[in-house]
Design a binder for this molecule. Sequence first.
Ligand code: S3P
Length: 177
Amino acid sequence: MRNIVLIGFMGTGKTTIATALANRLKMRYVSTDDLIEKKEKRTINEIFTKSGEDYFRDVESEIVRSLSDKEGLVIDTGGGIVIREENIANLRTNGVVICLTADEEAVMERTKKYKHRPLLNVEDPKQRIRNLLAKRAPLYAKADHTIDTSKFTARQVIEKIIEMYEAATKKQEGTGK
Ligand code: S3P
């Protein structure tokens, strides 16, 4: 059974959607961020501050490698998972990769009350969001499917993902892969 992998920028609703989706499909929910914190026994903020972003990305890639041959998971990934090409390749090994998107304003609104994202704990988070979104847009575009979360309710997003997943599974059965 293939995995469902949600990628996308911070604040696009990956965690909310992935949790509900896993419940609905009776699949297991896993979050790369949670697994990183568990492995490191410290928060993402602490990892960034004490060991730096490169170190965080190394651990993130290691976690992705450990998930890539698993089955039946809904994988909620950190927004920067796309930075390293190997991560998407690994997640695709046994997964349908779906990208959730939202515009700059929605991301700002959804993230401003939280302090657990080191990349947004800056003087001008709006500018940071704009820069990162522009830089990462071509990377997110590599997903198998994309859903603009600002156009649909959470329930509709979930329905769409299920349709995409079932279609991908059927296609795979058809080709005998
Ligand atoms: C990051 C996104 C975060 C987390 C870390 C870095 C990013 O995850 O992995 O703070 O580079 O976009 P969420 O997308 O779940 O907030």
